[in-house]
Design a protein around this ligand. Structure first.
Ligand SMILES: *[C@@H]1O[C@H](CO)[C@@H](O)[C@H](O)[C@H]1NC(C)=O
Ligand SMILES: *[C@@H]1O[C@H](CO)[C@@H](O)[C@H](O)[C@H]1NC(C)=O
Ligand SMILES: *[C@@H]1O[C@H](CO)[C@@H](O)[C@H](O)[C@H]1NC(C)=O
Ligand SMILES: *[C@@H]1O[C@H](CO)[C@@H](O)[C@H](O)[C@H]1NC(C)=O
Ligand SMILES: *[C@@H]1O[C@H](CO)[C@@H](O)[C@H](O)[C@H]1NC(C)=O
Ligand SMILES: *[C@@H]1O[C@H](CO)[C@@H](O)[C@H](O)[C@H]1NC(C)=O
Ligand SMILES: *[C@@H]1O[C@H](CO)[C@@H](O)[C@H](O)[C@H]1NC(C)=O
Ligand SMILES: *[C@@H]1O[C@H](CO)[C@@H](O)[C@H](O)[C@H]1NC(C)=O
Ligand SMILES: *[C@@H]1O[C@H](CO)[C@@H](O)[C@H](O)[C@H]1NC(C)=O
Ligand SMILES: *[C@@H]1O[C@H](CO)[C@@H](O)[C@H](O)[C@H]1NC(C)=O
Ligand SMILES: *[C@@H]1O[C@H](CO)[C@@H](O)[C@H](O)[C@H]1NC(C)=O
Ligand SMILES: *[C@@H]1O[C@H](CO)[C@@H](O)[C@H](O)[C@H]1NC(C)=O
Length: 348
């Protein structure tokens, strides 16, 4: 009897804890409100009085400047505070806004570490914190933001390595880390990001794995020198522009010309080519991997063609590449891991 009673008591007690626990874990718009008030309390300068009077408990959170709620859950869906010259650190309490989809703090003066608590925002699709003063490492927990599509971290003071966990962001379409103090190798896991359309890595201190040195370029130029005299008129050909110093083809731009056929691997012999732009033609078949030997190529634009097959792994040998456009083709498979070698890449 005593046993039965104490057992019953135990059940009641645990039920009580269960209910209490449930209540504590149930988030509602009040949670969002206290998170935003905590965020406001750490803002030390708001020169245009954007939040000072507006973010007041006398009005609904959903009417606060920069805040949008979703109709279905009545919870905060986006927080957009661009160009407001706000100064301060970002409250970790923002991590409680469990329905947040867009967080955009671009172009303010937020500083300190990016709070890892924000990596609990599992619905987040856009994280835009470029043009601030964030410092320290990029938290590895960022890889937990499994819905993230747009990640802009550029023009801050982030340092350290880019975590491998970035490769878990399978929905990522755009990644910008331009102009920080990031170092170490670009993580190989980036090659797993098959949805990636644009990536910006330049103006950091990444170590390039395969950067070819200038001696290699010089010997390539010397090896092809005979071409100059055997083809003196090439500089007059449509689409070709020659370099004043060497008198050799420096750029080849053939856009919108409805050209059909395959690209000859012999183009690789244009060894001082800097720009190859074949956008919007009907070139088909595989992109010749031989062209990955154009060591000083800076621009490769072959969008809007009918190229197919896999993107050549040797693309990573184009170590000077800054602009790479492969979109609107029929390529299959993954972005090669070697893309991590392209340390000067600005747009992809
Ligand atoms: C939110 O939940 C808390 C309990 O966790 C409750 O006290 C409060 O009234 C709720 N707010 C709204 C607006 O439903
Ligand atoms: C806050 O700003 C928004 C947008 O500018 C405005 O619609 C709202 O009325 C303001 N609320 C208060 C209390 O000033
Ligand atoms: C912020 O400023 C930039 C540059 O002036 C501008 O392009 C952008 O539209 C502004 N954003 C907002 C939300 O006003
Ligand atoms: C940042 O915002 C200021 C206004 O507060 C604007 O003048 C400037 O152009 C913006 N810069 C960027 C990069 O958006
Ligand atoms: C929100 O998150 C912080 C830590 O990130 C926590 O300490 C706090 O209790 C949470 N507040 C609410 C109202 O859930
Ligand atoms: C960036 O951080 C470094 C230290 O890691 C510091 O020396 C430098 O002053 C910072 N730059 C800015 C613009 O805050
Ligand atoms: C890419 O993803 C696969 C499958 O999830 C995984 O096994 C592999 O380790 C990942 N590669 C890298 C370089 O992260
Ligand atoms: C370039 O690399 C070759 C070997 O790959 C090496 O022998 C040579 O010394 C290097 N030149 C410079 C300037 O680093
Ligand atoms: C190619 O065509 C597009 C769309 O008609 C046009 O915007 C672009 O300027 C053209 N490019 C050249 C180099 O003619
Ligand atoms: C491609 O070029 C044709 C003309 O040859 C033009 O009508 C079309 O708009 C161009 N498309 C793109 C995507 O530039
Ligand atoms: C150009 O390169 C091809 C290989 O892609 C080679 O077979 C050919 O001999 C080269 N042509 C000249 C004129 O050097
Ligand atoms: C693209 O490739 C697929 C599969 O290889 C093929 O079925 C389709 O016809 C191709 N489309 C074009 C425009 O070449």
């Amino acid at each position: 009897m005593v046993n039965l009673l104490s057992c019953l008591l135990l059940v009641l007690l645990s039920l009580h804890y269960f209910v209490a626990c449930l209540a504590a874990n149930t988030k509602n718009i009040t949670t969002d409100q206290s998170a935003l008030l905590a965020f406001k309390s750490l803002i030390t300068s708001d020169p245009y009085d954007m939040l000072a009077n507006n973010w007041s408990t006398s009005s609904s959170v959903c009417s606060w400047v920069g805040v949008t709620c979703d109709e279905r859950h009545g919870r905060v869906h986006s927080l957009i505070l661009q160009n407001m010259s706000l100064r301060g650190i970002v409250s970790p309490n923002l991590g409680n806004m469990s329905f947040l989809v867009i967080l955009d703090l671009k172009n303010n003066s937020f500083s300190g570490q990016f709070p890892k608590e924000l990596c609990r925002l599992h619905k987040l699709r856009v994280l835009h914190i470029s043009y601030n003063k964030f410092e320290g490492g990029i938290p590895a927990a960022l890889g937990d933001l499994s819905q993230l599509q747009y990640l802009y971290l550029g023009a801050n003071n982030f340092s350290g390595f880019v975590p491998q966990s970035i490769g878990k962001l399978r929905q990522l379409k755009e990644l910008d880390t331009i102009q920080n103090r990031l170092s170490g190798p670009i993580p190989q896991s980036i090659s797993n990001l098959s949805s990636l359309e644009r990536i910006g890595l330049s103006f950091n201190y990444f170590s390039a794995v395969n950067t070819k040195n200038i001696t290699t370029d010089q010997s390539a130029l010397l090896a092809f020198k005979s071409l100059i005299t055997s083809d003196p008129n090439v500089c007059n050909w449509v689409g070709a522009t020659c370099d004043g110093r060497y008198g050799r083809v420096h750029s080849l731009i053939l856009r919108n010309m409805s050209l059909r056929g395959t690209v000859s691997p012999n183009l690789r012999n244009l060894s001082i080519l800097v720009i190859l732009d074949l956008k919007n033609n009907s070139f088909s078949c595989q992109f010749p991997k031989e062209l990955c030997r154009l060591h000083i190529l800076k621009v490769l634009r072959i969008s809007y063609n009918e190229f197919e097959g896999e993107i050549p792994v040797t693309l990573g040998d184009l170590s000077r590449l800054q602009y790479l456009y492969l979109d609107a083709n029929n390529f299959s498979g993954f972005i090669p891991q070697s893309i991590g070698n392209l340390r000067w890449l600005k747009e992809y």
